[in-house]
Design a binder for this molecule. Structure first.
Ligand code: GRF
Length: 190
């Protein structure tokens, strides 16, 4: 699809699970619209939530095929829906360099740490164990290197003395739900 026909305000959200960030992107949409929710997990609870709201969904179990076929099918769906921006939200699959190159500069992700600290998994436990006083979340551009693209927005959350990883996770998640819609609004209007 020629660059000029892509509408960056038409957003696809990619999920693998409950999709609470996807819900906040839908409910707080400002300057963009979530026109597709896609998943590599056909039973992801977030898909049902989207269907109930008549938001188009796409899913194909990524374990049922090879990565290139799966990504080609996703790419066709994104193109069919004239998607200009892809927002990863709890999407637990690493996209290939080829797919990322095709969507270069148009894929963002939310990560539950103050990047560049704690890329990857288990961010809350790692922040507590390091004795950090601040945790938080970051919205960043997606590049070939996991959780390493340019950060476009961050929110800080205090770590309290008695925090468990689960308690911190809940506090950070609440901050994610405010940060991601704002960051996406700014991203599509840049
Ligand atoms: C969030 O903490 C997000 O930052 C991380 O995975 C979690 C997904 O949660 N990438 P949800 O599916 O959005 O509820």
């Amino acid at each position: 699809m020629p660059e000029s026909e892509r509408d960056k305000r038409r957003v696809a959200v990619l999920i693998s699970g409950r999709g609470s960030n996807m819900k906040s992107l839908v409910e707080q949409a400002d300057g963009y619209e979530v026109v597709l929710v896609a998943s590599n997990k056909p039973l992801a609870p977030g898909l049902e939530w989207a269907r109930d709201r008549a938001i188009p969904t796409w899913t194909w179990d990524s374990r049922a095929t090879d990565k290139a076929s799966w990504e080609a099918a996703l790419d066709r769906s994104l193109t069919d829906h004239r998607i200009g921006t892809v927002a990863l939200a709890g999407f637990m699959r690493i996209l290939s360099p080829e797919f990322i190159a095709r969507w270069s500069g148009r894929i963002v992700n939310i990560h539950p740490s103050l990047l560049p600290k704690y890329r990857g998994l288990d961010t809350h436990r790692r922040a507590i164990e390091a004795g950090d006083e601040l945790a938080g979340c970051s919205v960043h551009l997606v590049t070939d290197e996991v959780d390493a693209g340019d950060v476009i927005a961050k929110a800080e959350v205090p770590i309290l003395a008695a925090d468990t990883a689960a308690e911190l996770e809940a506090r950070v998640l609440a901050a994610e739900h405010l940060l991601y819609p704002k960051a996406l609004s700014q991203f599509v209007s840049r």
